[in-house]
Write a protein that binds this ligand. Structure first.
Ligand code: LLP
Length: 386
């Protein structure tokens, strides 16, 4: 699995670039669809994790819907052939134009984040002669026990309608004639490895569900978002996340009402492990503290996760045949001190021209690249097209 198998072909390509193991992607999709299928759960792929055409094509082939956070992602989904009836739109601050576009395409559901947004969607839908189908995104105040920058479901976060406001919101909803409330939505955070967190989420959802039933609401859908994490430390030991245990937690703990469907919005767990960032060593040197540095041609502009979330992507030298290992600081070419992929990465003796790979970069990798320092965005190559 992975880039090693394709090394002779990869050596010919200009670096840095993203490489995707399409076999692994397909196996992952096979696993997620069959595990969710056991319980009749609906999976929407979180487009934000990776919106490459080739990835989207596979997602569509396996029959997944999508979860979008911008008009651009709704458009990409529509253009890739995802049926509108499987698209959810969960942006925290949707513009009028984005709302209009989604309404025009009759998407499955808006995940609505505030009272004011409900009013605006209602107004725009009225002007367009439409009824918007809406799920209320509720902030359940559950600690996802992950990096603070990717926590979304705590009371302090900007996401969702707060617990304290729900009653008022419900009181006002009947006046909003162009809105049809079809469900409730939650997303507590990303890269969640402690699965007991999802059980807590189920407990919260059960309590809220009872409350909604008491208020006379018949919710057709529950959407619990995404967040299932991947193994960044040892990607080869766990190339496919444990979807079996994940979905079972919801099946065992979430009390669905009669006829209700359960939806998920998974991103990282589907595409994270199939992608790698491949980069070339340009220079090696030793700094004033005696640390060996390998300077590579990929930077934080190509993979921002280490700089933004202190993420560690397992780094492997694909071409060195040295038996001697050393610790290196692996750093990029950008004029920023945070442009460092790792301060002490064990590698076989590494020299100019060696190819390094940073694993587990299929999610939030290429899609978060940017042009600072007037750099080109990295290209993408797919194993079945090499
Ligand atoms: N649903 C909503 C409403 C979301 O905001 C997200 C991710 C997902 C689903 C998908 O979550 P996943 O299954 O991928 O964990 N750039 C960060 C991750 C940001 C996640 C944002 N929201 C990173 O590189 O770690």
């Amino acid at each position: 699995m992975g880039s090693k198998k394709y090394i002779e072909k990869l050596k010919q390509l200009p670096t840095p670039f993203y490489f995707y193991d399409m076999e692994l992607l397909k196996e992952t999709l096979q696993t997620v669809t069959s595990e969710a299928g056991k319980y009749g759960f609906d999976v929407h792929y979180a487009v934000k994790a990776n919106y490459s055409d080739r990835i989207m094509e596979e997602i569509n082939k396996f029959g997944l819907g999508t979860d979008c956070v911008s008009g651009g992602e709704v458009r990409r989904s529509v253009e890739c052939g995802i049926p509108a009836s499987k698209i959810v739109f969960a942006g925290v601050a949707k513009s009028d134009e984005e709302i209009k576009y989604a309404l025009k395409n009759d998407i499955f559901s808006f995940n609505c984040e505030s009272r004011e947004e409900l009013e605006i969607i209602n107004k725009i839908a009225g002007e367009m002669g439409k009824t918007a189908t809406v799920a209320l995104r509720i902030n359940p105040d559950v600690d996802p026990k992950t990096h603070k920058n990717i926590s979304t479901g705590k009371a302090e976060n900007k996401f969702g309608i707060s617990y304290s406001e729900i009653e008022e919101v419900i009181g006002e909803i009947s006046a909003l004639r162009n809105i049809n409330i079809i469900g409730i939505h939650f997303h507590i955070g990303s890269q969640i490895r402690d699965l007991s967190v999802f059980k807590k989420l189920c407990d919260r959802v059960n309590t809220l569900q009872e409350w909604f039933i008491d208020q006379g609401f018949n919710l057709k859908h529950i959407n619990v978002g995404g967040g299932l994490g991947i193994n960044y430390d040892e990607p080869d030991a766990e190339p496919i996340p444990d979807f079996k245990t994940y979905f079972k937690i919801f099946s065992d703990n979430l009390k669905l009402a009669e006829g209700q469907t359960l939806h998920f919005e998974l991103g990282r767990s589907i595409v994270g492990q199939c992608g790698e960032l491949i980069t070339k060593v340009l220079y090696t040197k030793v700094n004033g503290e005696g640390t060996e540095i390998a300077l590579v041609d990929a930077g934080m502009t190509d993979l921002i996760r280490p700089a933004m979330y202190q993420a560690k992507h397992k780094t492997v030298n694909l071409t060195s045949d040295s038996g001697k290992c050393k610790n290196y600081m692996v750093a990029g070419p950008i004029c920023e001190s945070t442009d460092v992929f790792g301060k002490s990465i064990e590698l076989p003796e590494t020299k100019r021209g060696d190819l390094l790979t940073m694993k587990s970069a299929g999610a939030y990798g290429r899609c978060m690249s940017f042009g600072y320092n007037l750099r080109e965005l990295p290209k993408e190559y797919f194993s079945d097209e090499l």
